[in-house]
Unconditional design. Structure first.
Length: 337
């Protein structure tokens, strides 16, 4: 009674206050659901797939998925930095394909040790990312246009250098990178997990990560506060180029050859992973755990599609629907916020 009198004394109404508290709780619950909706969807997908396919949760199948999805997962880590910073990178497919040819050529033709060949290939990818960053930040070319053009350039040069002919690698040591195991775990999967951990620490627990979020939220405001926005953006593209090249080395090892045309539409799949996980395509919002969620969702979907023998045409329809749904949830969450 005394509490109610106090609320009335300051112009409040007990029922209004109660309704306001209930509304706040409802909004808080809705906000929580929107934030973790893709995680909820992931667990639902795991449950449904395990019912349809009893072998899905088998260790062998899970390890195979980890090996298979390591290359796109690596590229998605880099793309997460670019998208949160407010950009796009459509050149990763070209970089990925060029890396398969370069790494294979360095091992077969130049007879370089495999670690050196991989290092030089990753440096090549970093160089492509650096050029992207300079063109976007210094010449102020739209990221979509700049990276799309760079993708065409890299793909064309790759075909010229390789003469549109696969580079066959008959080297058992090179095949270990993509097909080998360490302590019973696939080496590509181990590399992916390490890169994900480093990416999460860099994005969520470093000064650079805070700058990436700030620039993605408002580039102009960040610049006015003294942040070196050009350097931060450029480094995001360098990271993406390096990881695309590393992914190319792994797939070349798995296939036993470098192919100049292997990167077609790879960039769209990578962007899909990042978006489906719940990272905001408009920039400024996201997290590495969201990218992990996106990798898991698409990997499980692919596994389920194969088990159910769903047509590739219907697979595209389903994936497109999921992308639109993820974007709609993100947009709705922002409006509610």
């Amino acid at each position: 009674m005394l509490d109610s009198a106090k609320k009335l004394a300051v112009g409040g109404n007990p029922s209004t206050v109660s309704n306001g508290a209930e509304r706040t709780n409802v909004l808080a619950n809705a906000s929580w659901f929107l934030r973790y909706s893709m995680v909820v969807a992931l667990f639902g997908l795991i449950l449904a797939t395990s019912v349809l396919d009893s072998s899905f949760l088998g260790i062998g199948n899970l390890l195979n998925l980890l090996r298979q999805w390591a290359p796109p997962g690596l590229m998605a880590v880099g793309m997460t930095f670019v998208i949160i910073s407010g950009g796009f990178d459509l050149s990763v497919g070209g970089t990925y394909a060029a890396a398969t040819v370069l790494s294979a050529s360095l091992v077969v033709n130049a007879h370089l040790p495999i670690p050196i060949a991989v290092l030089l290939t990753v440096l090549m990818g970093s160089g492509i990312g650096l050029i992207n960053g300079v063109v976007i930040t210094r010449l102020e070319v739209n990221p979509f246009v700049a990276t799309l053009g760079m993708g065409f350039i890299v793909t064309g040069l790759n075909e010229v250098v390789s003469n549109a002919t696969p580079v066959i690698v008959d080297n058992a040591a090179f095949q270990v990178l993509g097909g080998g195991d360490l302590l019973g775990l696939p080496i590509p999967g181990i590399i992916l997990v390490i890169v994900l951990i480093i990416g999460d620490l860099l994005l969520g627990r470093s000064v650079y990560g805070r700058y990436v979020y700030a620039i993605g939220g408002s580039d102009e405001a960040s610049r006015l506060t003294g942040l070196r926005t050009r350097s931060v953006r450029t480094l995001a593209y360098v990271i993406t180029g390096a990881l695309a090249a590393l992914a190319g080395c792994i797939i070349a090892s798995q296939l036993g050859e470098g192919q100049g045309d292997i990167g077609q539409n790879v960039e769209l799949g990578v962007i899909t992973i990042v978006i489906v996980g719940g990272n905001a395509v408009s920039g400024g919002e996201g997290a590495m755990w969201r990218t992990i969620t996106g990798i898991a969702i698409l990997a499980i979907l692919g596994n389920a599609f194969d088990h159910l023998q769903i047509s590739t045409f219907w697979q595209e329809v389903i994936e497109g629907t999921i992308i639109i749904g993820a974007m709609a949830i993100d947009s709705y969450g922002k409006r509610r916020g």
